[in-house]
Design a protein around this ligand. Sequence first.
Ligand code: ATP
Length: 194
Amino acid sequence: MLGGTFDPPHWGHLWLAELARLRLRLDKVLFLPVGDPVHKQGRVITAVPHRLHMVSLAIQDNPYFALDTTDCTRPAPHTTVTLLPLLQKAQPDAAFWLLLGGDSLRDLPSWTKPERLITQCRLAVLPRPGAVIDWEGLETAVPGIETAVDLLDGPPLSLSATAIRAWIKEGYTATYLLPTAVATYIQQNALYTN
Ligand code: ATP
């Protein structure tokens, strides 16, 4: 499970998904765009249909990647701790990992019921440049977190959607920062220009 705002989806998301798939031998990676991100209140988020479309374009070449709209179609608040039981109910025989970048792991104490979350599934984390993890503080805030995490070993990418939005706002295209089909869609729909 890879939840996110995907505003827009980029190589950082796709690399996290592929690295986790390879390292953990996952059958499937579910991309779960969140309709109303709890952690990004006060920021203008691109409309759900655009973000869904961009994710489907981003993952179209990988047969192991799938779009799951559960977290856009259910009523808010869209918290991960309430999302997981829905997915697990739909696939009761599957073992689940929640894929996260290092910044999300660092911020986990501010999520809703993180102590419950780590009993629902394991976490697979790709360290993210600039996101320093204070393991001692994290363990104090969320007891048991250290043993719930599988750290993904692979090259880190410092790309972020924030940096891409800023780049497009300067008047450039997002070519080479995300899949070509997504860059074309952004251009055609004049997303992130103003
Ligand atoms: P923004 O810059 O708008 O906050 P973002 O690039 O962090 O967005 P999100 O959609 O918020 O993208 O991220 C979804 C998940 O993917 C989060 O767990 C995030 O940590 C992870 N992620 C995104 N980019 C990377 C990256 N370059 N390396 C590792 N993890 C990443």
